[in-house]
Design a protein. Structure first.
Length: 220
C-alpha cells in the first residue's frame, strides 16, 4: 500500500545479521497452549499493533525465514494454506472457514487476509477476479496420520472456497484431489499441453506433476 505518511521504521531492509531466538520460541508457545493463543489475541497483538506502522516495501519483503524456523521438525512442522475468495463472497466464506478449522481442531497460529487484484492472463491464475486471500499458518505432525488429517480439512476448505467461486494456492502440500484441482483451475489442460510441447520427455517434474498431470503429459 502506498502512502505519503512518514515511515515509522527508517531501515529499508532487515539486517542479515539479525538473530532470531524469541520469534520461534513464541510460535512454539502459541502452538502448544490454548491460553497462549488467548494471550496473543487479547494482549500481545493489541500491544504490538497499538500504533499504525509505516514501513518501506523492501523492509516488509526482507524478513528472514529463520524468524519462523523451529528448532526441530522431526515430529512437528509448520505449514501454510491459502484460499482465494471473490470480494463479494467474503462474509459467506468466513463462517465456513471457522467451522472447518474448529471441527478438525486445526492448530492455527494465524490467519492473515490480503487483497489481490485480478489476473486474467495466466493459465493457472488463482485470482481471475478481485479476491481476498485467507492465509492460514498452522502446526501439524509429520507422521502419516497427521498428514491425512491435514488432507481432510484442506479438501473440505477447498470445497468451501470452490462453492463460493474461489480457488486455492497451488505451491503448498498437494492435498487437493485431481477433481478439485480441475475445478479450481479450468485452464489447466492448456497449461499441461504447453508443458508437453516444451518438455516432451518430462524432465522437469515434482509432486504437483505426479498427482495432477494428465496421462499424455506423463509420457503414457
Amino acid at each position: 500500500m502506498t502512502t505519503d505518511n512518514t515511515v515509522t521504521v527508517a531501515s529499508r531492509l532487515h539486517s542479515a545479521d539479525t538473530r532470531y531466538w524469541w520469534q520461534p520460541a513464541l510460535a512454539d508457545f502459541v502452538a502448544d497452549y490454548a491460553v497462549a493463543k488467548r494471550l496473543r489475541q487479547h494482549w500481545l497483538d493489541p500491544l504490538l499493533y497499538r500504533q499504525p506502522a509505516v514501513h518501506w516495501r523492501n523492509y516488509e519483503a526482507s524478513y528472514d525465514v529463520r524468524e519462523l524456523e523451529p528448532a526441530d521438525r522431526t515430529q512437528q512442522t509448520y505449514g501454510l494454506r491459502e484460499y482465494f475468495v471473490p470480494v463479494s463472497k467474503f462474509d459467506a466464506f468466513v463462517p465456513q472457514l471457522a467451522s472447518v478449522l474448529q471441527q478438525h481442531n486445526v492448530n492455527v497460529l494465524n490467519v492473515s487476509v490480503r487483497h489481490a487484484l485480478p489476473d486474467k492472463g495466466s493459465l493457472l491464475a488463482w485470482a481471475p477476479q478481485e479476491t481476498f486471500a485467507f492465509v492460514i499458518y498452522y502446526r501439524q505432525g509429520t507422521d502419516e496420520q497427521a498428514k491425512q488429517h491435514t488432507d481432510i480439512w484442506s479438501q473440505q476448505l477447498i470445497e468451501a472456497v470452490l462453492a463460493q467461486g474461489g480457488s486455492y494456492y497451488l505451491p503448498y502440500q498437494p492435498s487437493a484431489s485431481p477433481a478439485q484441482f480441475q475445478r479450481a483451475y479450468p485452464r489447466a489442460a492448456e497449461f499441461f499441453q504447453l508443458k508437453q510441447q516444451y518438455d516432451p520427455q518430462n524432465r522437469f517434474s515434482s509432486q504437483f506433476w505426479a498427482k495432477y498431470q494428465p496421462p499424455f503429459a506423463a509420457g503414457v
